[in-house]
Design a protein around this ligand. Sequence first.
Ligand code: NI
Length: 226
Amino acid sequence: MLLQIPEVLSADAVAYFRKRLESADWVDGRVTAGYESAKVKRNTQLPEESEVALELGDLILTALEGNKLFISAALPSRVFPPLFNRYGPGNGFGAHVDNAIRQGLDAETRIRTDLSCTLFLSGPEEYDGGELAIDDTYGTHHVKLAAGDMVLYPSTSLHAVTPVTRGQRIASFFWLQSMIRDDGQRTLLFDLDRAIQGLSADLPDHASVVPLTGIYHNLIRRWADL
Ligand code: NI
């Protein structure tokens, strides 16, 4: 499932992020790339241990904890601390698949990457190119969202960032391990949850709301690992 999550950050929050990121120290993005992806990656990043990255990353995680659409779609178990990247003219990231396992700075932060997230911090009017191109069974999707919006997609996908030809594309990117490892099962649960939410909003006293909610939770019980 490929899902856009609007307004993860407010306009005020985006402005604060941009101000903090302007004065930060950026390094070559190949520091977090695997052997194959390093060959096709051209951008800059904040180092993982950067104070700015840690501060802003925490703000993103707090925003996501309160985001119902994100929780319903991702059913997160563990989220990797968000990282930040910047693509200027001539930068891009060729087709690659993200590493399956991500080791954080401390020993406990090791996750299986089930879902990849890109949170846009530059508006589409600020740069040309720089689209996130994600392949799935229905073809290639080109994603370029408003500042503050996020896209969530399976980490199994082949994806690329097309070359930037003008301006700067600044984003946060990170991965998460879901309680539901399988994308198909997770998508079914998301669809079921949305259908139940719709039914209970329109017909709150409908006799099927409780049993359907029971089915939702019993499927999670069957499929989840924590
Ligand atoms: Ni990637």
